[in-house]
Design a protein around this ligand. Structure first.
Ligand code: NAD
Ligand code: WQD
Length: 340
């Protein structure tokens, strides 16, 4: 029997790429997504890219326990990958309760359904944002969490809920992956990042400037204590993130309880380096202007990817030019995203 994986938020940016990775490696995939931040078209593209269909897709809110029960009753789920969440840092400051409700409430609803149906394996989407204003890089999993906004707090709170639940239910096997900055797209150009409204994140914004949807990029500050003064981040190709999830599934049985791992490359790139890499990848100039710093931004966030390397003998392999090339291919082929 093939392994069946329930992917929550499977139509989203990282979820859709992970579904392809799972389908291409023989897993059966069941998706639950309420499409509050994604298009059902992404799931059609998943099947097209992988060359085979997902087993089932349910449009449902994770907080709806009745709907979750029906999904677990209809499929023999072996493992769960839990992506579904609200993820905009700025938005979370204005609507913290909605973030706790969806991100923490969605996770407890899922855990309780898993418990009721005897499902013991979970991979959870956490975030480098739990580290907050780190005063040194690279960051290891031992560095203390210090979230600085409600979104990051929900991720840290979920990790604590998972840790405590694992303490009391020793049959659980949970991996929380703290992604740094996932960017890029599937190399086919069929799947990519399609944010609603004005992109919050730099890569989709850059891509929309390159394709002519937006006039210029605002570079948020060039007075940071970094070599060119702009913020440094650890960008990681979404295909590496997807591959990391397949590895995580394979390694869930290694230890009981909760294990927390960074998912990054260990390589930091500045905003201006990213602009230049994108210009090269797209062959188009990217107009930009330096504006003031964005509230809440830090100078530098880079992962120490050593723990994942040691645990799985695995590391991300795709570089910044591949990230830009693939993000650009998706944008060029889908100038209006999945809605076009
Ligand atoms: P995304 O918004 O593209 O995907 C999330 C998906 O979950 C969407 O399809 C959305 O419709 C769905 N969803 C949201 N609330 C739901 C609910 N209550 N019930 C059912 N479905 C719901 O985001 P993404 O970039 O693919 O991120 C996936 C996960 O990774 C999130 O948990 C996010 O916090 C985490 N993460 C993302 C990044 C990043 O930079 N993209 C970095 C670190 C961590
Ligand atoms: C990257 C760099 C900006 C936009 C966010 C979340 C984090 C995680 C990853 C979910 C920074 C600069 C940005 C723009 C710019 N997500 N920038 N102009 O803030 O590092 O991380 O995504 O868990 O929690 O906070 O990513 O892409 O917004 O910014 O100059 O229009 O680009 O200042 O230096 P960030 P980002």
């Amino acid at each position: 029997m093939p392994t069946t994986v329930l992917v929550t938020g499977g139509a989203g940016f990282i979820g859709s790429h992970t579904c392809v990775e799972l389908l291409e490696n023989g897993y059966e995939v069941v998706v639950v997504d309420d499409h509050s931040n994604s298009s059902p078209v992404a799931l059609e593209r998943v099947a097209k890219t992988a060359g085979r269909p997902i087993a089932a897709a349910y449009r449902a809110d994770l907080r709806d326990r009745g709907a979750l029960d029906s999904v677990f009753a209809a499929h023999r789920i072996d493992s769960v990958i839990h992506f579904a969440a609200k993820k905009a840092v700025g938005e979370s400051v204005g609507m913290p309760v909605a973030y706790y409700d969806v991100n923490v409430g969605g996770t407890t609803s899922l855990l309780s359904a898993m418990h009721a149906h005897g499902v013991r394996h979970l991979v959870f989407s956490s975030s480098c944002s739990v580290y907050g204003n780190a005063d040194k890089v690279p960051l290891t999993e031992q560095d203390p969490p210090a979230p600085t906004n409600p979104y990051a707090s929900t991720k840290w709170m979920c990790e604590q809920v998972l840790a405590d639940t694992c303490r009391h239910l020793p049959e659980l096997r949970v991996l929380a992956l703290r992604y740094f900055n996932p960017v890029g797209a599937h190399p086919s150009g069929l799947l990519g990042e399609d944010p609603r409204g004005v992109p919050n994140n730099v890569m989709p914004y850059l891509a929309q400037v390159a394709v002519g949807r937006r006039e210029r990029l605002s570079v948020f500050g060039d007075d940071y204590p970094t070599p060119d003064g702009t913020g440094i981040r650890d960008y990681i190709h979404v295909m590496d993130v997807a591959e990391g999830h397949r590895r995580a599934l394979e390694r869930l049985n290694d230890e009981s309880g909760l294990r927390v791992l960074n998912l990054g490359t260990g390589v930091g790139s500045s905003v201006l380096e990213l602009v230049s890499a994108f210009e090269q990848a797209s062959g188009r100039p990217i107009p930009y202007e330096v504006t003031g710093r964005r509230a809440g931004d830090v100078a530098e966030l880079v992962a120490d990817p050593g723990a994942v390397k040691e645990a799985w003998n695995w590391a991300a392999t795709r570089d910044l030019s591949a990230m830009c090339r693939d993000a650009w291919r998706f944008q060029e082929l889908n100038p209006a995203g999945y809605g076009g």
